[in-house]
Every structure is written in structure tokens, then in C-alpha cells.
Design a protein around this ligand. Structure first.
Ligand SMILES: Cc1ncc(COP(=O)(O)O)c(C=O)c1O
Length: 389
């Protein structure tokens, strides 16, 4: 019946509350996946429920042929809280990156016909469409689907000399995740980001940050770049922006503004009143009700607790990340991250793996310290019983 795209865990969740999910057997699970960094306010947050109720009684959808107050309100809030000036709303992270690809390509075409090349990073993840996949530096996702979009060039993450040797006048854009999520919570160095900014400026290419996983408060600031020394020309966001409803956005500034004109791009659903009303409620919680401001403290509390696991278990190799964008790397000669995820599932703790033998630790951003204790305590029980290879 369903296409065989996912290997799913044998559980059927029917409701959730805060950091807990409940199965059709009424079993309670602690959710440390948050829908892969989506449910930033946990499940069924009252502000989201209220916004959904109110908006659904007024208007769900009108297309982008008409003005839409909720979209304007949401765009204003994003712009007031970022260094960017224009927004396009779409439905998924992949789509936001597709638009970013079109923006950098049109920027190139506006300058010279052969200014078409895009630099991307090895081990990156930008989505599964044939454009976003072409700049996703992971062979395993690409191999069966070639040929993908052309004129893309791979650079090793954090390799300054390599970036300098590759980029020239033919490049229209540079894509990077400020922290690589899917490949194992791998942070970019500020020297590398600075180099990419300089190369983009020197050769008049646009610098694009994919903050789909690391943005929207998970690192302790609304945008990850707000704690880095570099501002991108284009930034893409998704996941936690909607807290669980499908919405994403591509934001531009200065020379990346006004590249898109009517006819260049579109989306039937993108930024419809229903999703925008909910995303606005989410952003209000994140920004105005102090959720993002508390992430750093909650994050360092969690990191301290996770570091105690590193002291206790020789197979815990490294605790990675910042704020609540956290990863636990296991020594692969002893323990497979996938075994930890499976054992945790049996113990009703939900975790998700990543590359580099890492397990991601993604609680909701409004998590209480008590709930962090419960999550780490459950993980400790799992690690006590893990079979070392
Ligand atoms: C950094 C990054 N970019 C893009 C995507 C793709 O987003 P979506 O699955 O919403 O299309 C993801 C999804 O995991 C991601 O982590």
C-alpha cells in the first residue's frame, strides 16, 4: 500500500503531550527526536493548538494569487529577528534549498553566462530532490539517481586550502550547513566560514547557509549565524519554524534581494494562512516567551549530564554540538549507534542516529530540567545494558 521508502519502528503513535508520545497501546515514550528537530515546543503545545483552532475557523488556504495577512505577519517577525530583508515561504526544507539554488543561479546568469558553478560540502545534507541532492555530498543518496543537476563542485568541510583552490569567477554560489546535522553534528570552524565569506565576496558569488536543522533556536539563537562571525546572503529554514506543520522559508539580504521576480518561482501551498498562523504562534513562543533565550542554559545542563556518560562508559567517544543541537558519538569498534537507537526504543526512549556513529539528542527546546534528567536517566539504563562488540 505505502511505498517502501521507510523502515519504520513497530509502533503507532496516536497522541502526544510535551516531550511524551503515546502509542495505540497507551504506552508512554520520551521523545528525544522531536520529529527530527521539528517539534521545538513538544507535542500539542497549547499556543499551537489555539492558533490552529482560531485560524481554521477563519481561512485555511487561498493560494499565492492574493494578499495574505498571516504570511505578511510571519515574514515581518522573521525579518525583525534576522539580518535578512526578504522571505519566500514554501513547504519543506528541500524546497527552500531548491529556491536558494535558483537564486544563486539567476544571480550568476545576471553577471555572466558561464557563472553557474556551485560549491558544496562533502557529507552535507540539503534534501532529496535532484537539485538539492546534487549538492548533498553523500554518495549513498546520489548513486542510483544520476545524472543530477550539473555544475556542482564538492569541497571538504573545513578545508580552507581546498575551498581557496576551487572557487573562481565561474562560481555563483556556495552552500554550507553551519553545523552538519545528518552527517553527525559536525561544526564548521569560524576560519572556514570566514574564508567562504571572503571567497564569495571576492568572486561575487552568494553564500547560502542551510539552517534547516541547526536554526530556529536549537543552538541558542534564532538563527545559527547570529552566533557566528559571518552573515550569509541567503539562509534557508524549515523544521522548527512550523513546530510540526509543513512550512519552510528562504530568506535573502542585500545583493540577494529582488533576484526573484514574478514568474520565476512559485508554490501553491507555500505560506498559506493556516501554516503561517501556527508558525507565527511558534515564533512568538520561541522569541517573545523566552524559549530560545533559555536554550543555552538547558543545553549546557544537558551537555554536562551527557559528558558524565562519557566519563562512565568507555564506548562514549564524544559529546558534540551546542545548545540543544547535541550528538553522542560512540566508539565504533565497541558500539554501533544504531544498536543504541534500537535498544533505546525498546526502553521507550526515542532517539535518532546520524552519520559518524552518532546518536542525535534533540529534545524539544522548551524542555524542563526534570525531563532532561528523565531522558538522560533512561539513556543511562540503555547504555548499562548495551552489548559491547
Ligand atoms: C540541513 C538540512 N537541509 C535540508 C533538509 C531537507 O528538509 P526536508 O526534509 O524538510 O525537505 C534537512 C532534513 O533533514 C536537513 O537536515
Amino acid at each position: 500500500m505505502l511505498m517502501n521508502a521507510y523502515k519504520r519502528f513497530p509502533v503507532n503513535f496516536v497522541r502526544g503531550k510535551g516531550p511524551f508520545l503515546y502509542s495505540d497501546q497507551n504506552h508512554e515514550y520520551i521523545d528525544c527526536v522531536s520529529g527530527i528537530a521539528v517539534n521545538c515546543l513538544g507535542h500539542s503545545h497549547p499556543a499551537m493548538v489555539q492558533a490552529a483552532k482560531e485560524q481554521s475557523e477563519k481561512l485555511f488556504h487561498i493560494s499565492n494569487l492574493y494578499q495574505n495577512d498571516m504570511q505578511t505577519l510571519l515574514a515581518q517577525k522573521l525579518i525583525r529577528n534576522s539580518y535578512h530583508q526578504q522571505v519566500f515561504f514554501c513547504n519543506s526544507g528541500t524546497e527552500a534549498n531548491e529556491l536558494a539554488i535558483k537564486i544563486v543561479r539567476k544571480h550568476g546568469h545576471n553577471i555572466a553566462p558561464n557563472k553557474t558553478k556551485i560549491l558544496y560540502m562533502k557529507e552535507s545534507f540539503h534534501g532529496r530532490s535532484t537539485g538539492a541532492l546534487a549538492i548533498t555530498g553523500q554518495e549513498k543518496y546520489q548513486v542510483d539517481f544520476r545524472p543530477l543537476m550539473g555544475d556542482v563542485v564538492e569541497c571538504e568541510f573545513n578545508n580552507i586550502e581546498m575551498a581557496k583552490s576551487l572557487v573562481n569567477e565561474d562560481f555563483c554560489g556556495i552552500f554550507i550547513e553551519p553545523v552538519q546535522g545528518e552527517s553527525g553534528i559536525r561544526a564548521v570552524t569560524s576560519e572556514f566560514l570566514q574564508t567562504l565569506r571572503e571567497l564569495a565576496d571576492q568572486f561575487n558569488a552568494l553564500l547560502v547557509f542551510d539552517e534547516i536543522q541547526c536554526g530556529m533556536g536549537r543552538m541558542g539563537t534564532l538563527f545559527a549565524y547570529q552566533q557566528m562571525n559571518v552573515v550569509p546572503d541567503v539562509v534557508t529554514i524549515a523544521k522548527a519554524l512550523g513546530g510540526g506543520v509543513p512550512i519552510a522559508a528562504c530568506l535573502t539580504r542585500e545583493k540577494a534581494n529582488n533576484i526573484i521576480v514574478p514568474g520565476d518561482h512559485g508554490s501553491t501551498y507555500g505560506g498559506n494562512p493556516f501554516v503561517c498562523a501556527i508558525a507565527h504562534a511558534v515564533l512568538t513562543e520561541l522569541i517573545d516567551h523566552g524559549v530560545v533565550a533559555a536554550v543555552e542554559e538547558r543545553g549546557s545542563y544537558t551537555q554536562k549530564k551527557l559528558n558524565l556518560l562519557k566519563v562512565k562508559y568507555p564506548f562514549v567517544k564524544e559529546i558534540r554540538g551546542k545548545g540543544l543541537l547535541l550528538g553522542i558519538q560512540f566508539d565504533e569498534s565497541m558500539v554501533k549507534a544504531s544498536d543504541v537507537v534500537n535498544s533505546a526504543f525498546e526502553a521507550r526512549l526515542l532517539l535518532v542516529g546520524a552519520g559518524d556513529n552518532v546518536v542525535r539528542f534533540f529534545p524539544p527546546l522548551n524542555i524542563s530540567l526534570d525531563h532532561i534528567d528523565a531522558m538522560v536517566g533512561r539513556l543511562e539504563q540503555v547504555l548499562d545494558n548495551i552489548v559491547i562488540q
